[in-house]
Design a protein around this ligand. Structure first.
Ligand SMILES: [Ca+2]
Length: 468
């Protein structure tokens, strides 16, 4: 037998024996709180399709985004996700390091993206082979979004008005990509919604609505944050006046939940399409978000803080090798997710990725992942959590909060003044400084001249700063 024929037959035999490669469909929401999924315990919201995904997969109750360096926390969060780099080292424009989607492409995957991109138009083509209906900017009316496609040159093409709600249009494009796969290559599809970020606009005929009067205020609602956290008048905080009007919070939650339900409908279309495709058995589906957000909790509206409602994110993973209808409270960062998918899919990590893969949690949901998590927001907030004890430090005002998340998941009882916790606080501050040192975070935890912690709302409308 000629040698080339023999080699060809051997190669065919190897293909026939190997398990089919694993595809990925990655769905990414914008500012979606971790507790906005009905199946995970929210008694008000309607999310039948996320509930389906929860039943099919593993839900993470302690997945977090690590921080932000301005009001637009979308930007570092997405850069961390794509690159696997931590907040303190990530290049927000994604022009310096190789990204994980690029690594999937290098490993033979067909890679595709649609929807929101917030890391500069130059980096889409560094990450994905194909991209359609990409929205490059920060905040928009999703019914009037300017989108563009990636050209074969690797640059973004001209902008055009999205014919539908941005999230629906982006979903259409992902469905077309998934349906167009012929099985010759595994695929990696990324669908990034521009919601439920405000403004909370969905098509007028979307049938799911919520009665604001029936939406409970957050358990940790306050009319005003009790002290100056260093970011009191950023854009998001100016969405509602002080003291925060309870009825306005309820209306905001009603609109926000409606948006989540609209996204849930899009997610249902994706689940249906994958389930109906030849790739159904070998596709991982991931749902997560770039951050949470406050909706009246602690007197805050935005995500420019390190409370759980703002940094904890929903994370559900379903597919081959992942247990069904299970929960895990393993601690992880968002930037651990793509290293995990890389491990499952046999994709080698980019050299600069720092995330740690957590496939051990798939095998055993009770397994631990990270021992502790470290968070930062600008030069005004740092935090450390081991899952139970959480310390937030506000260096500029010489203030520390300590919460027992087990007894007080809503962070309502600051224990920092209790003498019995003095050793714990000094220990945690020491570990916080160690975490800072490891990533060259030079922010002093103690400043020479602290500012007053007291804060009064601005009397006239403050100038808007930051966005997204
Ligand atoms: Ca966001």
């Amino acid at each position: 037998m000629p040698r080339f024929l023999l080699l060809g037959l051997l190669a065919l035999a190897a293909v026939a024996q190997a398990a089919p490669p694993t595809n990925v469909v990655f769905i990414f929401a914008d500012d979606q709180q971790a507790d906005t999924i009905a199946a995970l315990g929210n008694p008000v919201i309607k999310t039948p399709n996320l509930d389906r995904l929860v039943k099919r997969g593993l839900s993470f109750t302690r997945a977090y985004m690590q921080g932000g360096n301005n009001g637009a926390t979308c930007v570092p969060s997405r850069a961390m996700l794509m690159s696997g780099r931590s907040y303190f080292r990530v290049d927000e424009k994604l022009m310096r390091d190789e990204t994980w989607p690029h690594a999937f492409g290098q490993a033979g995957y067909a890679t595709f993206a649609s929807g929101k991109w917030h890391n500069g138009s130059g980096s889409v083509g560094r990450s994905f082979q194909t991209a359609k209906a990409m929205y490059i900017g920060g905040m928009t009316n999703p019914m009037k979004a300017q989108v563009c496609d990636l050209l074969p040159t690797g640059k973004m093409g001209p902008q055009r008005l999205s014919p539908k709600h941005l999230c629906e249009e982006a979903t259409d494009e992902v469905l077309a990509f998934v349906k167009g796969q012929d099985g010759t290559k595994p695929f990696y599809a990324y669908l990034a919604f521009d919601g439920p970020h405000d403004p909370h606009i969905v098509p007028a005929d979307f049938p799911v609505t919520y009665d604001p009067a029936k939406i409970p205020l957050p358990a940790n609602f306050l009319p005003q944050h009790p002290f100056n956290n260093g970011e009191m008048v950023v854009r998001d905080e100016l969405l509602l006046p002080w003291p925060r009007p309870p009825a306005a919070i309820q209306q905001m939650l009603a609109d926000y939940y409606r948006y989540v339900s609209f996204l849930d409908q899009q997610i249902g279309r994706v689940l249906d399409a994958v389930e109906a495709s030849p790739a159904a058995a070998n596709t991982l589906i991931v749902f997560t978000a770039d951050s949470g957000v406050a909706r009246g909790s602690h007197g805050l509206i935005g995500k420019q803080n390190l409370y759980e409602h703002s940094i904890r994110v929903p994370l559900v993973i379903a597919g081959p090798g992942v247990p069904k209808d299970q929960r895990t409270d393993a601690l992880c960062y968002l930037f651990d997710v793509l290293p995990t998918l890389g491990k499952v899919c046999g994709v080698a990590a980019p050299k600069t990725s720092e995330g740690r893969e957590f496939t051990a949690v798939f095998a055993k949901p009770a397994a631990a992942h990270r021992e502790r998590l470290f968070f930062g927001y600008r030069n005004v907030q740092r935090a450390l959590s081991d899952g139970r004890w959480k310390l937030i430090r506000y260096p500029q005002i010489e203030r520390t909060q300590l919460f027992d998340l087990q007894a007080d998941p809503f962070e309502m009882m600051d224990l920092s003044g209790k003498p019995e916790h003095a050793d714990r606080i000094s220990g945690m501050l020491g570990r916080l400084a160690e975490e800072q040192k490891a990533v060259d975070d030079a922010l002093p935890l103690v400043v020479a001249k602290p500012q007053p912690a007291d804060w009064m709302p601005p009397t006239k409308k403050a100038s808007k700063s930051g966005e997204k």
